[in-house]
Design a binder for this molecule. Structure first.
Ligand code: PGA
Length: 255
């Protein structure tokens, strides 16, 4: 059984004080239980505060939204895997569509970062997903295959096991449009098949694949009960502690 993993991608929101207010409410709403793994992914500047407030929790981890692949050096404005590790960061989101579209990240760049994450014992959450144009052209599987093979080049079974994939159709991010549960399931099954081709079936079977793109309390249950959907990467709805708590609860086995 794959344990569900529900992550809050705060993007460029949430100062330290806002993070603290969020967690005060969220921790009251949600009990730290071991049926769902929760990851809070704040902007870099709020990571120390969030880490500090989560030191007592077992199943709520801290993630980062990005990082550079070098350990240190003359890379003005960048953050290294070792710097994140020191702040008790466990997961790092890599290749989010906003990084790809706005900051020009390619599969090759994502792949370098993925390997840098393993070196520092950080678990990557690797994002893939097609644009609306690509979907309309019937290219969903082609795009997913290219992104997975590029972003996960030279990743072995042991590393893949530590990796989370996030399927985020670009047209569903922040738009209020969600892929139907059936559309999402189809893409997730294809992703798992591709992971099996990259490693083996037993490994692919253990990898958790999150869905992302306008996940809300009212659609979370239907998405999270699909056989190959193992969690959610939540943007907008994760900024409200009660909405996010409801989504986490929808991920529990009886949710
Ligand atoms: P959204 O964002 O939930 O606001 O659509 C998801 C994401 O970008 O990770």
């Amino acid at each position: 059984m794959r344990k569900k993993i529900i992550a809050a991608n705060w993007k460029m929101h949430m100062t330290q004080s806002e993070s603290e207010a969020f967690l005060t409410t969220f921790l009251r709403e949600i009990e730290d239980n071991d049926t769902v793994e929760v990851v809070i992914v704040p902007p870099f500047t709020s990571i120390p505060k969030v880490s500090e407030l989560l030191t007592q929790t077992q199943n709520i981890k801290v993630g980062a939204q990005n990082m550079y692949w070098e350990r240190s050096g003359a890379f003005t404005g960048e953050i290294s895997p070792a710097m994140l590790r020191e702040l008790f960061v466990r997961y790092v989101v890599l290749g989010h569509s906003e990084r790809r579209a706005i900051f020009g990240e390619t599969d090759e760049i994502v792949n370098r970062k993925v390997h840098a994450a393993y070196e520092e014992v950080l678990r990557p959450i690797v994002c893939v997903g097609e644009t609306l144009g690509q979907r309309e052209k019937g290219d969903v599987e082609k795009v997913l295959s290219t992104q997975l093979r590029g972003s996960l080049a030279n990743v072995g079974a042991k590393e893949l096991h530590e990796t989370v994939i996030a399927y985020e159709p670009v047209w569903a991010i922040g738009t209020g449009k969600t892929a139907s549960a059936a559309e999402a399931q189809k893409a997730h099954a294809f992703i798992r098949k591709t992971l099996a081709e990259l490693t083996d079936e037993a490994t692919a079977d253990k990898v958790r694949i999150q869905y992302g793109g306008s996940v809300k309390p009212d659609n979370a249950h239907e998405l999270l009960t699909q056989p190959d959907i193992d969690g959610a990467l939540v943007g907008g709805a994760s900024l409200d502690p009660r909405s996010f708590a409801q989504i986490v609860k929808a991920g529990a086995p009886n949710g």
